[in-house]
Design a protein around this ligand. Structure first.
Ligand SMILES: [Zn+2]
Length: 428
């Protein structure tokens, strides 16, 4: 795979685990390694990796983040890795998926000791990323971290990952249908940077995933390998752009909001990409609803639009986010748009309506198509899977848009006529 980032080696193939000494050699790591794993990843890859490295005379230390329940990327996990970071360790190897990587990449950025990844599941597109979502004080926040020096994905191991981790990776990529659309319309409405080249990379990773959707259930090694490559490519796109804009839009904001509700009830119940996949269907539904109209209809809808006063906005936020609101809005601040600024945005929407409508018709699929893809891959596709009832959806849509400042289909709906659009999208 060709990449322009500083990730120096990426190897996705059958038996890649046995090539780790060779890769370490190429990146100039020669003696002392810390392997970070948990009880599951130790069994599927950590122990073999330890043996393979020791055979090549590496001094291998082990940090096993053993838990009775689920491993969480929290203060305790970060502390445990730090405690194992003895003098002379040249590099860490994260053996695992999302959680272990998030912990190791954070420790790597603080300690300045590089790390590589031996992935055990194609579960999300964050392998190449340089940020780390951690749960600190019970609240999930994204911290600056660093990217890995190498990524290894042994398809023999990846194919045997728990199947919901495979569908999670699939859902995370399917979300690019709407993240790309949000990025494009955002660039027209708010004037933010947009890169055709990076968008094309993300489209490529989406196409690769769509191509293998029917072959995942049979755990076909080459299909799993293709999906892993797509996940890494998506991650690299974010690295190239400098933030997650190309690969994270309304479908992710909806997923974050639902995750916050899960977390406030004690635990994260569904994996990231599973939520993203289901929420992509909802975001696609909004796109299809909004862009079924012509400019004249939109002008009428804008006239009938009810505005939300600052007081009403603050009341809604504190009611829906409760004691999380100070954490949620610590970094981004409340994003309340006054009506003068709203008018300017509405003018831009009308001025760009036909361009956006054309782009959406060419790039955003139908809900039925997304449904079919999720079903082909054996991924959950119904909101009921997330313990969410359809009548709760408008509430989720309304509040999820405030999780980030980013312009998305949710904010476009808000600028046009949020009540009407959400109502139509949910009822249909
Ligand atoms: Zn994601």
């Amino acid at each position: 795979m060709n990449d322009s980032t500083k990730i120096r080696e990426i190897e996705i193939c059958s038996g890649a685990l046995y090539d780790v000494p060779n890769i370490l050699n190429k990146v100039g790591i020669n003696s002392k390694i810390l392997i970070v794993c948990d009880k599951n990843t130790y069994k599927v890859a950590g122990l073999t990796l330890k043996n393979v490295l020791e055979d090549k005379k590496y001094d291998v230390q082990l940090c096993n983040l053993n838990r009775t329940g689920n491993l969480v990327p929290d203060e305790k996990a970060v502390g445990e890795v730090l405690i194992h970071l003895n003098d002379g360790i040249e590099a860490m190897i994260a053996v695992g998926a999302g959680t272990i990587n998030d912990v190791v990449k954070f420790v790597s950025s603080k300690s300045k000791i590089p790390y590589g990844i031996v992935a055990t599941a194609p579960s999300m597109d964050g392998y190449a990323s340089s940020v780390s979502p951690l749960i600190v004080n019970g609240f999930k926040r994204t911290y600056d971290a660093t990217y890995p020096i190498f990524i290894v994905g042994d398809t023999k191991i990846l194919k045997d990952a728990p199947y919901d981790m495979i569908t999670s990776g699939f859902g995370d990529i399917i979300g690019k249908f709407t993240s790309l659309a949000d990025w494009y319309i955002g660039s027209l409405i708010t004037g933010e940077d947009y890169s055709e080249e990076i968008a094309n990379d993300v489209k490529k990773s989406l196409a690769e995933c769509v191509n293998v959707s029917k072959s995942l259930k049979s755990k076909d090694e080459s299909a799993i390998g293709k999906m892993m490559e797509a996940l890494i490519l998506s991650g690299i796109s974010m690295l190239k752009f400098g933030n997650s804009r190309p690969a994270s839009g309304a479908e992710h904001h909806l997923s974050h909001f639902i995750e916050m509700r899960e977390l406030s009830n004690g635990e994260i119940r569904h994996s990231h990409g599973v939520k993203v996949g289901i929420m992509t269907k909802i975001a696609v539904k909004l796109y299809n609803t909004v862009f079924s109209f012509n400019k004249d209809d939109i002008i009428e809808m804008m006239k009938e639009r009810k505005s939300e006063s600052k007081e009403e906005f603050e009341f809604r936020i504190s009611k829906n986010f409760g004691n999380l609101s100070s954490e949620v809005f610590k970094d981004i601040g409340y994003y309340y748009l006054d009506e003068d600024k709203r008018k300017m945005r509405q003018e831009r929407i009308l001025g760009n309506w036909d361009t956006m409508k054309k782009w959406v018709s060419e790039n955003v699929p139908t809900v039925e198509y997304v449904d079919e893809l999720l079903n082909d891959a054996g991924a959950p596709s119904d909101v009921a899977y997330l313990d969410l009832k359809y009548d709760e959806l408008s509430d989720v849509l309304l509040n999820a848009k405030d999780v980030r400042k980013r312009y998305t289909i949710l904010r476009l709906a808000e600028d046009i006529n949020i009540d009407k659009i959400f109502d139509m999208a949910i009822k249909n």
